[in-house]
Every structure is written in C-alpha cells, then in structure tokens.
Design a protein around this ligand. Structure first.
Ligand code: SAM
Length: 244
C-alpha cells in the first residue's frame, strides 16, 4: 500500500517510521511519503491561510497550495490511478474498524491534514474529479490539526495489511472484530501483588477457556458498550451466549 500525507508539520508524522509501521515499510508492505504543504506556496511568506469569507474567528487554509500539492502527489503515482483522498475532519464520517478494513483494501491512500479552521471547501470539490474523497472523523471532539488523526488511521489500517502482524490470528479475536469487545487478558507470573489469574485459564481445557472468554467478552461489552451489544447480529449468538 502507498500512503501520502500532505501537512504543514511534516515532523508530526515521524512516528510513521517507528515500531511495526517502520518495519512494514522496511519489508515493502507499506510505502509512506510525507509532503510539506509550504513547498507548494508561491509567495515570499510561504503562507497557507487567510481570513474566512463571511467573517468569523480563525483562519482558513487557502486553495492554491492544496491544489498544487494534490496535483503533484497524483503525478507521482501510476498513470490513471485514482487514489482515495482522506481528509481528517470532525465533520466527517466516523472512523471505525470497518472503515479501517475498507481502507486496508485500497492500494493508495492520500491524506490532507487540515489546520486552523480547516481547508477551503473548493479544494475537496476540485479533488473529486481525480480522487475518491472521504472526509473522516476520528471521534466527536476537535483537535488542532489532522496529523494525529492520520497516525490513528494509518496504525489501524497498517496492522490489517497482510504480513504486518506476526500472528494474524490476533486480528480475528480482538475488540471491534465480530461486534464484541475482547475479554481481559493475563500473563506470567501466576501471582502478582497478591493477585492471581482466573483458574480456568490454567486448566488446559481449551473448550472451557473459549467459552469463558466468550462469556467475559459478552459481559464486558454489555457493561461498557451496550450500544455494541444492541447492534449484534442475533444469528451469530448461540444458546450459551443468551444465558450470560
Ligand atoms: N472548524 C472545524 C470544525 O469545527 O469542524 C475544526 C477545525 S480543527 C481546529 C483543524 C483540523 O483538525 C481539521 O481541519 C482536521 O484536519 C483536524 N481535526 C480536528 N478534529 C478532528 C477529528 N475529530 N477527526 C479528524 N480530524 C480532526
């Protein structure tokens, strides 16, 4: 997968080179390019913002540098390719594990990081002629800029790419896959600060462990995210589930 990020703060994206995302790049599973929006300005002050039409607080990112940057990014890819342009915004559709899975199937994602009061609306309108544009929110709160949102999305998408996680099975059992939250987990030592681990987990009885984990998963979801439980497909439940 190829990822391009356009931002006024390229240094904010340094974590893309770390940990498993860095390794995914070394292994050639992910190719990330970060572009400085100011490189596409034409004035002496390298300005990227101006006052909003209609008045109001704050500044708006001007269309000129954005148009040039998105043209330049597009020119770097294969001819005729139509990447997905992800524009982080608190006014976008909400990012979920399902959206991450959708993005993981895309060969090319381009991210446009807004700052200030956001980007002039014409940039997205213009981009729709050559990109599939997606305004995306990472939650119902407001950040200073889109860079942190990009890191969130790239982490969630990157770990779904084939070969990035050492054990792909961990994807099947985790929270937000299959509608439930994952059960709590324990590791060695068996005793720590006077606290033990549930007996069932050291029983060696794999069927009982699986049932116990499923029950804990149902209980945890009911307790902290009843909204997820309400959306669960009843066809996916068995009799033992309903007894919890
Ligand atoms: N005036 C905008 C509004 O009320 O919708 C908020 C602009 S915010 C201060 C600046 C930038 O931060 C946005 O353009 C976007 O890139 C990013 N941002 C802020 N909150 C976000 C969120 N919840 N999800 C994704 N991006 C966000």
């Amino acid at each position: 997968m190829r990822i391009d990020v356009v931002t006024v703060f390229p240094d904010y994206l340094a974590p893309l080179q770390l940990s498993l995302l860095g390794k995914a790049q070394e292994a050639g599973r992910l190719e990330a390019h970060v572009h400085d929006l100011r490189a596409f300005t034409t004035d002496r002050h390298r300005s990227v913002d101006d006052t909003p039409y209609g008045g109001g607080a704050g500044m708006v990112m001007t269309p000129g540098p954005w148009g040039a940057a998105l043209d330049a990014v597009l020119a770097q890819g294969p001819e005729g390719a139509r990447p997905r342009l992800v524009v982080p915004s608190p006014a976008g559709r909400v990012f979920t594990q399902d959206v991450a899975a959708e993005y993981a199937a895309d060969p090319w994602l381009v991210f446009a990081c807004g700052r200030y009061e956001g980007i002039d609306a014409r940039v997205l309108e213009d981009a729709r002629s050559r990109y599939d544009v997606d305004e995306l929110s990472i939650g119902d709160y407001v950040l200073f800029g889109g860079e942190v949102a990009v890191l969130v999305v790239v982490e969630a998408v990157g770990r779904l790419l084939p070969g990035v996680l050492g054990n792909a099975e961990s994807l099947a059992e985790e929270s937000h896959t299959g509608g439930l939250l994952e059960a709590p987990t324990w590791t060695k030592p068996a005793q720590w600060r006077g606290l033990g681990v549930p007996d069932v987990l050291v029983s060696g009885d794999h069927a009982r462990i699986a049932r116990w984990r499923r029950d804990e998963s149902l209980r945890r979801t009911a307790s902290t995210r009843p909204d997820l439980l309400a959306r669960l497909d009843v066809d996916g439940l068995d009799r033992a589930d309903l007894a919890v």
